[in-house]
Every structure is written in C-alpha cells, then in structure tokens.
Design a protein around this ligand. Structure first.
Ligand SMILES: Cc1ncc(COP(=O)(O)O)c(C=O)c1O
Length: 448
C-alpha cells in the first residue's frame, strides 16, 4: 500500500472534527492500516489500539466477515430509499437488536450516528407525550458532564461545557442533575457503594419544574466521553423509580456502553435497569459503516405508531441514510461475530484483568484518579498549569510510543477490543506507564 503524502499542502483542505487542525497539519498522526488490535501509521510504525478506534471496533479491525457482507450487499442492493420503502435487512437487524436489548425495548428506529440517535430519541419522547395528551411535557433532564453528541438537541443536553459554549443558547427547557464523581470515589474500581442518593436530584427537578412538564431524563449508564464516570450502586435504579413514579421517560444513551462494553449487551443489562428508550451507535457495525439507532419500549411504540393513523405517516422524522442496507449488512455481520465468538462474555471475563492492570498505575505520581467498569477505563492525569495541556502532550507522546487512544482534557480513556489478549492489555498499560514515567522525570510544566 502506498502511504499517502503528508505535506502540509495535501492536508490543507480537510477541516478535521474535534482536532487541533493547525498543529495536526504540522505533525500529522495518520493511520494507514488497521488489523486486529493494531494500526499502522504513515511511517509504517505499528500502534496498539487502546480505544477500539473510538469505542467502535470491539471485534477488532479488518474483519473478513463484515467486509464480505458489505461487499455482497453493495453488489446486491446498494441503496434503498427508507421513506415508504424498505429492504429485508433492517427488519432482521431490528429483530436481532431487540432480542439482546433489556426488557421490552422491542422496536428499533435507525439513523446514521450516535448524535442522530439522540435527536431521534428526543423527538420520540416529545411525540409520545403529545399523542397521549401531555403536550406540555417538553423539558429534558440531563446531567453535568454528559456527552450526547453534537447536534443541537445533543449539545443542549450536554454537560461538557466546551461542546456548547460557542453555540449560543441551544434548546430551552433542559436542566442538569449533578454528575456522579465525588472525592470519595477516587480510585474506586467498578461501582461505588455510596452515591445512589445523587439520583434524588431528579426528584428535586420534579419539585422545581413539575413532573407534568418533564418529557424525559437522559443519561449515559457510564458517562464515557467525560472520563468514564461509573454509576454508584443503586443510582440508575433510583432514577428509574423516580421516572416511573412521575411518568417521565428514562432514556439511556448507550452509544459507548452498548454492544458488550460493560460485559453484557448493554449497560442496562449490566446494571439491571430497563430504560424506556435506548440510543446506540458505534459497536452496532463494529465502526465499519456509520449507523445509529434508538430502541423503544412496547408502550412508547404503541403510543406513537400503533395508535397513529391507519394509512398515514406516524412519525415525521428520518434520514436519507436511515437503515442503509450496507450499514444493516455490516450490523448483521457484526452481531454474528459477537454471538459466534461470545465477545460480550469475553469482555466480561477479560474485565477483571484489564482493570487490575490499569490499577497498577495507581501509585504513579502523575495519576490522580482511576475509574473503570467492564472494558472501559479512565485515567486522570495530574494537570499541568493549563488544564488539558498535559493530556495533549500525552496524546502525541503515546502515539510516538506506539499507542493510539482517546484523551479528554487530562483523562486517558481506554476501551480495548474484546478480542484482545492479556498480552495486549499488558502492552497498553506498559506503554502508558513508560510515557508517564518520562513526563514525571521531565517534571513537565506544559503551559502553552
Ligand atoms: C453517549 C454518546 N452519545 C452520543 C454520541 C455521539 O455519537 P456520534 O459521534 O456517532 O454522533 C457519543 C459519541 O461518543 C456518545 O458517547
């Protein structure tokens, strides 16, 4: 394979998302190949993928079965208009997703990304209340430090300030309960014993705004992008109870947690709580083709669709690429791999080793907190003078050391593929330790 040229000119025109564009173009990090749990960069060097691409490629890169399914589908039926027409694969994929979803989340609406799944879930929640005569239920309760994608619904729900501060007022009627990180949860592996009462914030919002005005409460079971905040024991159950008591829909945003990341199909399965709606993306196609989806309960589907007009459109929403046949083919092949190789179970089995190895960093002078659950972990690094600056330096140094991962501010996020061996986990932790050692030795005070 010929590596692409990397001169500044040839990199000029792509405005990269969530990236330091100008600096990247001076010192690019280009990936040219991916196989299993490894990438290659444009210099031909090998890197271990510590975050499954971007929490997507849980079955590893370059899976032949998915490639074959995608190619077959392109040559059979490469596109179908999704409005008023269908194709068989989306129905089968919806059935398969419903089969592994918790509770009675039996109906699946497709989009192309996690962000679109969130917007779709918000609209479904609003219409659900409206058709039942509760059109005044328009408020959403979200959470501090939440990430729900980048469209306007999503950034209105967002609790990560930099994702919203440039974009004006966003949607009205969104309020935020507290996040679940506390001093006492520092270095707690898995779920903290205390903190379920933080869910009572929702009750306070009910008392402040009136339950009759609230459409839905939306949370990530584990808040991923902000740095892996694991819910305390009983917390999600308590949110569920409050929602049920007040007729508020509970939405779990499972874009990161879904498809085995927590050791079961979804976070809802792992934590024993069934939401009314559940968003997903990423792992649904192993990241190969963009796809997002919302699974909804019987009650929600019955209210919106079954009770709709006999021959008319029930829900005025959808995307040109909703249920794209090629994405569906990739999704079905991916679910086959998960099932045949028992990858969710493998994730559950590997999790204790993974977390134990991450926790060997506990006494490192630059590590100020560790959090993790399933095959997901966050490592908080002592910030330099300017928050996020050390994280950015680390991203580059880890890349040079042969490790690709995601860093939010000063938190290293880890989410290895479920096919990884213990030796891969050792390699990931070892590389992180070495790079941190170098930073500690240099006494780095990054200021720019
Ligand atoms: C919980 C959650 N929701 C939504 C999204 C947005 O997904 P996408 O980037 O596919 O739009 C993400 C992305 O990481 C996410 O973690």
């Amino acid at each position: 394979m010929t590596p692409p040229t990397v001169t500044a000119n040839s990199l000029e025109h792509h405005w990269m998302p969530f990236s330091a564009n100008k600096h990247f173009k001076q010192e690019p990090r280009l990936l040219t190949e991916g196989k299993g749990v490894y990438f290659k960069n444009h210099k031909g060097e090998t890197l271990i993928d510590a975050v499954s691409g971007l929490f997507c490629s849980s079955a590893g890169h370059a899976r032949q079965e998915i490639a074959d399914a995608v190619q077959r589908q392109i040559m059979t039926l490469d596109y179908t208009p999704p409005f008023q027409y269908g194709q068989g694969l989306s129905f089968e994929l919806a059935r398969r997703v419903a089969a592994i979803a918790p509770g009675d989340l039996n109906y699946v609406f497709f989009g192309c990304s996690g962000s679109e799944a969130v917007e779709s879930a918000m609209k479904i929640a609003l219409q659900y209340h409206r058709v039942r005569g509760h059109g005044q239920r328009t408020r959403f309760v979200s959470r501090e430090r939440a990430y729900h994608g980048v469209n306007f619904g999503g950034i209105s729900l967002a609790g990560m300030v930099r994702n919203r501060e440039m974009f004006g007022l966003t949607l009205p009627g969104v309020s935020h309960i507290r996040h679940t990180w506390r001093e006492e949860t520092r270095f707690v592996k898995g779920q903290a014993e205390t903190g379920a009462d933080l869910a009572d914030d929702l009750q306070r919002h009910v008392e402040l705004y009136g339950a009759d005005n609230i459409a839905a409460c939306i949370v990530e079971p584990i808040a991923g992008s902000t740095g892996v905040l694991v819910p305390p024991k009983g917390y999600l159950n308590r949110l569920r109870e409050i929602c049920t008591r007040h007729g508020i829909l509970l939405v779990f945003d499972e874009v990161i947690c879904g498809f085995g990341r927590t050791g079961k199909a979804f976070g809802g399965n792992s934590f024993g709580v069934t939401p009314d709606l559940m968003t997903m993306a990423k792992g649904i196609t192993n990241g190969v083709i963009p796809m997002g989806a919302v699974a909804v309960s019987e009650a929600v589907y019955q209210a919106v669709v079954a009770a709709g007009p006999e021959k008319g459109i029930e829900f005025f929403h959808g995307y040109t690429y909703s249920a794209h046949p090629v994405a569906c083919a990739a999704g079905l092949a991916t679910l086959d791999i998960y099932e045949k190789e028992g990858l969710f179970e493998r994730a559950a089995q590997m999790s204790p080793y993974f977390l134990d190895q991450v926790w060997t960093l506990k006494d490192h002078p630059l590590v100020v907190d560790l959090r993790g659950y399933g095959m997901l972990a966050g490592i908080d690094i002592k910030p330099a003078e300017k928050p996020g600056a050390r994280g950015y330096e680390l991203l580059q140094d880890l890349f040079k050391a042969g490790l690709m991962t995601r860093i939010t501010n000063d938190t290293i996020l880890l989410a290895p593929a479920f096919i990884c061996e213990k030796s891969h986990i050792d390699e990931i932790v070892d590389k992180i330790r070495r790079v941190l050692d170098r930073h500690a030795k240099a006494g780095l005070r990054v200021v720019s």
